[in-house]
Design a protein around this ligand. Sequence first.
Ligand code: AMP
Length: 935
Amino acid sequence: MPEGTMKAWLESSHLSGANATYIEELYESYLDNSQSVSAEWRTLFQQLPKIEGADLEFRHSEIRNEFKELAKQSHKTVVVSGSSDAKQVKVLQLINAFRFRGHQNANLDPLGLWKRDKVRDLQLSHHELSENDFDTEFNVGSFATSQDAMKLGDLYNALKTTYCGSIGAEYMHITDTDEKRWIQQRLESVQSQAKFSVEQKEEILKGLIAADGICKYLGAKFPGAKRFSLEGGDALVPMLKELISRAGTQGTKEVVIGMAHRGRLNVLVNVMGKNPSKLFDEFGGKHDEILSSGDVKYHQGYSSDFVTPGGNVHLALAFNPSHLEIVNPVVIGSVRARQDRRGDKVGDTVLPVTIHGDAAIAGQGVVQETFNMSQARAFKVGGTIRIVINNQVGFTTSNPQDTRSGEYCTEIAKMVSAPILHVNGDDPEAVILATQIALDYRNEFKRDVVIDLVCYRRHGHNEADEPSATQPLMYKKIKKHPTPRQLYAQQLDTEGSVSLDKSNELTAYYRKLLDEGQCTVEQWRPMTEHSVDWTPYLGHDWDDDYDKEISVEKLKELAGKLSTYPESHPVQGRVKKIYDDRVKMASGEKLLDWGMAENLAYASIVDLGKRVRITGQDSGRGTFFHRHAVLHNQDDASKYLPLQNIREGQGPFDIHDSVLSEVSVVAFEYGYTTAEPAGLTIWEAQFGDFANCAQVVFDQFISSGEQKWGRLCGLTMLLPHGYEGQGPEHSSARLERFLQLCADHNMQVCVPSTPAQVFNMLRRQVVRPMRRPLVVMSPKSLLRHPLAVSSLEELSTGVFHNVIGEVDDIDPKKVTRVVFCSGKVYYELLDQRRKSEQENVVIIRIEQLYPFPEVELQAELAKYQHVKQFVWCQEEPQNQGAWYCSQHHFRAAIPEGTYLTYAGRKASAAPAVGYMSVHVKEQQALVNDALSVED
Ligand code: AMP
């Protein structure tokens, strides 16, 4: 088209807002097929500026929204004087460009070291606009201001202030329009500028004074001691205080915080209200005598209350080992337990806050796992506030090319469409505004949100480190850079709101509090009654006596309820057969199998009014098709859970197939159980060996949390284990690893071999007041073994037998060999001995390998004091299983002058062989070996 004709066409009225829908449809067809529109329109659309980094669909939908917005708001569709219609479209594009990419030109780095390219989309020229258009008024579309139209010059400034100031907002990846509009509204309506009263500013300043003050104080008093100072990220303190205060005002009753060691001492003293004198004592070497191992200062948790305009908020800072990011699922699990206890299904009353490092949030896979859990049924908590202390260094690694592959350290948050607010840590008012928006977003939409606090690290990784050895330029800059407190105090003085004299007075007052060893948090309150009392669970041991019996009548009643479901709920044929059998078991017509006994344990617990919570990858059905706690209607796919229909007022029965993860799920359930002592919480591995993906949780939390931090945990872990020829990966739950972690009666390791045993083991975990982790080597083929059955009477004793003696009628006098074993191999030994009618061997099962039941085993052995040959028989290779970790216990139990030998597979690098024929041969050999009495 000749230029003149095009101009005339553009000047016609086609592009007025009133035609928005029409234009939008045209644009849509153009995007599908550029030839489908006329040449005039094609030329125009081709000239539209492209937004880099946004995919076609995004551009399309954004533009469509703009057009729709224009069409809806007729008052905004007035063609504004002097503007050409084509330019109007480009102005809308410009607005959109700032929303998409403004953060890339925002002023985020306090050190000014970031080298960022100029973003072309943010330049007027890219949109064929120029300063010559500054005085022309344009319609601003959905840009959230009080005006429908603005001069381009004003709009451009407003866009720069909103999107390229101290807050860089990334939110255009959010797919939900309401959420996106909500954030636009919050940012654009105030142009990302906070307006705080003098009192509020003074409060922020006090936070910075405190953050700076404790670091300086500790640095002077304990030079060279490790404290992982917050310096550089000082804004975290006013930020957290604002977060808690605002949350309390909005109805939050508890806040659970998880963080690594960086800044923890600061948070303990200046947010949680830990008495500084206690911290100084710890620096001086004093410690709690109650804990057997204790932990370093910068791993410590804390509990307190914090007064807010909405009432007291209970604060819990989770204990955390040095393993970064692993505390996140622990915190979220703890929050879920608290919400469940409060009957809060949406997440109004308890708020999780997780604090991350920049290198860690990008580097650690568990972060992805927790984002993935954030909206999943079993794990959702109504959104987590995730704060990154982005000090731009991970130990000594600061170059983004070494720490990550994305532009920001927070890219992972986009997987759940979480908004990300990057904010300059040297602008505390922007930090507070970002915090308010983040919290309000979380409370409005019940989704995760990220605040990336861009700051720096004044010292090395710890205070004994010399950071300039590895980051010379950065540390040259940091040395000269004023502290956040100095900068803000100066700013407030200059603007005339708080004088420097007043700031100095506040600084001196803070220092006085430290000198006097007084709590520095005005809002601190002693813990009032909070929702759970742990005292009934303190000071118990595994062999404590407790009320355990349950009558056969009660069991029958529960079993009846458990095995019935509505007629209108047709279930799959194999499942029906299992339930038909359960009806017979309930009436006593048939002995109980594993699945029935296990479900009956849950029924008896919910009948006590206590909660049962089970998660794992196939928990509803059971990996090996034995549980069927969830019945799927074959016509409409609805679900019926007999265990949720035991009686009116029963305890909740929560069973969830989990996300396909181990580490974060186990950590979540650990967090849940350390916050909820009353019920039974179970994590079930699909196959036991998958538990090794959660090794860090077993090592750092489950096995040692009580000894390090005094935190009890009654988590039960069902780990399918047994050698059935399935190859190296699905045979062993790595029993040896758990036994190796055992000491101080820290946890129980059990290998139950009968349905009655599993029933009483699970009930014991709740009915007995002791709360310690329970690791169970749970069976696979035993689930259907004809001999692995029990009577209702056996269940009703309530006794879990740590040791089970010989069951056949064998005269002890004839016995010349005693075989000890655990688990499934027992049935193979029994079978072979019965077949060969051997009377000189007895088999004793050790059902609890830790704490080792010496007394019970010795009582059992009293009958065999004449015996000289004792054998430990196991399926696992010699370097695995219980042999190495437990043989000292077996040896201690056998009479003096006798000997103990080993019958099992030879040592092996792999847990099991991959060939069925070899497996069968090995299995037969070890059984033969165990039963072959020497002359
Ligand atoms: P929290 O609600 O986590 O802040 O805990 C409040 C108080 O309950 C703590 O100060 C402890 O005294 C006690 N407590 C919380 N969790 C546990 C636990 N897992 N084991 C023992 N005591 C606990």
